[in-house]
Design a protein around this ligand. Sequence first.
Ligand code: NAI
Ligand code: MG
Length: 499
Amino acid sequence: MNAPYVHPKIGPRAAAFLAREHKLLIDGKWVPARSGKTFDTFDPGTGRVIAKVAEGDAVDVDFAVQAARRAFEGRAWRMMTPNERGKLIWRLADLLEQNAEELGVLEALNNGKPFATARDRDVPGCADLFRYMAGWATKITGETLGISTPGQFHAFTVREPVGVVGQIIPWNGPLAMATWKLAPALATGCTVVLKPAEQTPLTALRMGELIQEAGIPDGVVNIVTGFGATAGAAIAAHPDIDKVGFTGSSEVGRIIVHAAAGNLKKVSLELGGKSPVIVFPDADMSVAIPGATQAIFANSGQVCTAGSRLFAHKKVFDRMIDGIAQQASQIRVGHGLTDGSQMGPVISQTQMERVMGYVDQGRAAGATVTAGGNRIGQEGYFVAPTILTDTKPEMSVVKEEIFGPVLCAMSFDDDDLERIAKQANDSIYGLAGSIWTQNISIAHKMAQRIRAGRIGINTHGNVDAALPTGGFKQSGWGREKGHEGLHLYTEVKSVIVSL
Ligand code: NAI
Ligand code: MG
């Protein structure tokens, strides 16, 4: 084993967690991968190894699915009353909050995001979503139906758990992504095989311990760490998984759809985005500038709903760009555990090269780098907040999801909302978008015209538990969070009684 990773911010609890052997959670037991293999997990702020983690593959996934199936059929979970299920989920939320400091450190260390963001925003956000879904556990209902068939009938629907679900999540918000998946699955009474991203397995494993501590029965949540092509693919293809929920690249989304065809498992997908931020000339600049800055640079741009295409009216374009550049220059980029850091590294060397590759492609295609455009330092994977101007719709930087701190800015000189919307909608994606104006009529007309799953008016990012999130077009299938999110985890059954 490598020497323990030392940093003054890592308290005794996080240190104790890091020092543990990181195994798979199957049927309530922590077990090594059957192959005995492990893989390294890194701190993207230094590139150093922080822990070794069990490398689960198809064999381990199969054991996990068997455990999840037993738990689904077993009385402990199936016969649990909804209020008891809700209480366990609520208890998990309490435990997350009680362990916020440790979880914040582990999230900052493994994902790179600022510790303060992880502890004060992500962990409370996860607790909120668990509680929101805990509340729904007692409110999952069907309908009574008026029946026109001759005779006398009583007919109703019930919503039942879809069964054993496989959940494959990305690295950009490891705790949050685990929560978006687990909370509705638990509330509806499903059982789960969760595969965290290979880059960021740690906080999901810590959450696994808290799931046990909360008293959620063995086998209800199984966690298999490992790689996409092996463990992930095994989940997508497994004949005894009833549903797969995936968040990640559109490329892998397509692979999952194909793999799921074998047993026609239900599929929900939360994929990429290239969300427009549309600024009208009457927008309040004191709101639009910080809003657009946050929309692209929060979490180092590694957000599916990031506002990565700015469309600003010619009259305010220069003010927007100057304002965003000014704010970007003040963002303190640094290691997630360094006090005062506001933006961390991107997740990996691969991701950094990908992001820098896009910036180079943009330059080569004629875009102007108005801010940033460079790596920062030689240690860790830090990319400066970057603004590209003179970008055109056909450029790869405008069409493709970069998933880094790179804003593509364009202007419009038009009062025709249809044409503005057409420009904003010129994307294979449709995840989110925002409209910045003080004119309520323009705001609502544009909100109607943007083809995306979430529209902000004078706001961009919002991860409230009650707000469904998901995509039009190639941004995905289904909506997570909110009441809608429950529907991904239930099957509707009609019951008809002849009287
Ligand atoms: P990815 O889509 O490859 O990985 C996401 C998850 O899918 C991980 O858990 C991974 O292990 C798993 N996975 C990978 N291949 C799989 C397969 N064949 N079968 C089943 N599961 C598989 O994303 P990656 O490569 O880490 O990032 C590449 C790009 O994807 C990013 O630059 C970004 O554009 C996009 N992305 C989008 C996200 C979003 O939230 N919309 C999140 C992560 C990545
Ligand atoms: Mg990939």
